[in-house]
Design a protein around this ligand. Structure first.
Ligand code: ARG
Length: 480
């Protein structure tokens, strides 16, 4: 009978390993080669998307006159059943069937004979490219939520400590006073850009490869608009060769994730430093620290350290995929199978990092006294003194010199600049004494630095009390 495939194919057994049934091949592949090339243990993660693609493809094949309506219904039901089996853990994955695509097709065909027609006009090459794009779209949706959860944790901590002043650092040397909330919101900004990059990657990935076949489309009349709409892609690909060879979208995902990892590592590092006895600004909740097997007194910030360390892995995955793609001739090459493990591991790793960081940040306790003490160091206001001199008519370069000389004099005397007398200042620059008093004088060191934070209110983006309140409000609204 025309179109009959014979029994052997309907069983779709081990012979499938060679991609197109036994046809071209006589025997089984070398066991080591089979083990080496199989991917089902990791690409089964694409099952849901593979099934989604297959359902759409089946619907389209009715229009193309390849499947009857009845066959398409049977196929779709069969695919639904596979999905249920997979999610309930009942599906039996067969290593001998190499990858997710072969496993699902074989299982379908074993139950629904028309399944043998499903691969018409389709190749695993356009199939896997489609699956990965669907996967990425869903993954990024969840990523955005994870990032938002971390942002919320940071905003909450900032909100709770919105009056806390601490030294800001450049070169890891005390520079100028800032608000802890401002410091934390710096990370909220970074995380927002991370979201934007992921969203951008998804936008560019919104192109459907399905219908590109192995590399050259099909001689059958495939209406790709039908599958595009069903799979909710913005466009269909316009070059079949590019469509099956392209993994740019995964590179973009990995790049966004690598940078997200770098941001996480910086946050981790700040918190590790700040939680050390040397800084003493914050304490991690016990549940996010570990002890030492040897030193009884230790409480180590291991979660933050691991987050910092895992950023290395994320960067590595980006490099791995770029290297896989470099110099690869068109179109599909099996090298491309190497995309999945790095992408999946990166996705899981960064997701775990966002999650554990959100928990660790929520667990933080701020030592307000330690922050206030550190923030009250008078050198932090050296720039404010220079600014004061500028307001009184000095050129900034001169003002800078005067204050620099004062710092040096204080150092020579083993004291601090706020202990220099008005005469000391007058000796350095006539008329400077009064100006300096305005900045460095005042009731207490803390009152002085608080005044300095108020003085920053006029500049957008500066760490003033009003500025931070405004930012906190804006973020709370945005993240709601
Ligand atoms: N497992 C393969 C991959 O991930 C699927 C595509 C295989 N295509 C092929 N022509 N061998 O790349």
């Amino acid at each position: 009978m025309a179109g009959s495939l014979g029994e052997g194919h309907a069983q779709a057994g081990e012979g499938f390993v060679r991609g197109s049934g036994k046809g071209r091949f006589q025997g089984e592949p070398d066991p080591e080669a089979a083990r080496f090339s199989r991917s089902v243990h990791f690409d089964k993660r694409l099952a849901k998307h593979d099934l989604e693609g297959s359902r759409a493809h089946a619907t389209m094949l009715v229009q193309a006159g390849v499947l009857t309506r009845r066959e398409a219904v049977a196929i779709r039901r069969g695919l639904d059943r596979l999905e249920r089996e997979i999610s309930s853990g009942k599906f039996r994955w067969k290593d001998s069937l190499e990858d997710v695509h072969m496993n699902l097709e074989a299982a379908l065909t074993a139950r629904v004979p028309a399944g043998a027609k499903l691969h018409t006009g389709r190749s695993r090459n356009d199939q896997v490219a489609t699956d990965l794009r669907l996967w990425m779209r869903e993954q990024v949706g969840g990523d955005i939520l994870s990032i938002a959860a971390l942002q919320k944790a940071l905003v909450k901590l900032a909100e709770k400590n919105r009056e806390v002043i601490l030294p800001g650092y450049t070169h890891l040397q005390r520079a100028q006073p800032v608000l802890l909330a401002h410091h934390l919101l710096a990370y909220v900004e970074m995380l927002e850009r991370d979201k934007g990059r992921l969203e951008d990657a998804v936008k560019r990935a919104d192109v459907m490869p399905l219908g590109s076949g192995a590399l050259a489309g099909s001689t059958l009349k495939l209406n790709r608009e039908v599958t595009r709409k069903l799979l909710r892609f913005g466009k269909v690909s316009t070059n079949s060769m590019d469509a099956v060879a392209d993994r740019d979208f995964l590179v973009e995902y990995l790049a966004a994730v690598a940078l997200a990892g770098v941001h996480l590592s910086r946050l981790a590092e700040d918190l590790i430093l700040f939680s050390s006895t040397e800084f003493g600004f914050v304490r991690f909740g016990e549940r996010f620290t570990t002890g030492s097997s040897l030193m009884p007194q230790k409480k180590n910030p291991d979660m933050a350290e691991l987050v910092r360390g895992k950023s290395g892995r994320l960067t590595g995955h980006l490099m791995a995929l770029l290297t896989v793609l470099k110099g690869l001739p068109l179109t599909y090459n099996r090298d491309l199978q190497e995309d999945k493990e790095c992408v999946f591991d990166a996705a899981d790793t960064v997701r775990a990092c966002w999650g554990v960081m959100a928990g660790a940040v929520t667990s933080l306790e701020v030592d307000v006294g330690a922050c206030a003490y550190a923030a009250s160091a008078p050198e932090l206001l050296a720039t404010d003194v220079a600014d004061g001199l500028v307001e009184a008519g000095w050129a900034f370069r001169q003002a800078h010199q005067v204050v620099g000389a004062a710092v040096r004099r204080a150092e020579e005397r083993g004291t601090r600049i706020d202990r220099l007398t008005r005469e000391d200042w007058e000796g350095l620059a006539k008329g400077s004494g009064v100006v300096v008093e305005k900045v460095l004088g005042g009731s207490s060191a803390l009152a002085r630095v608080r005044k300095a934070m108020v003085a920053r209110s006029g500049v957008v983006g500066a760490p003033s009390f009003v500025g931070v309140v405004r930012e906190l409000r804006a973020w709370a609204k945005k993240l709601r």
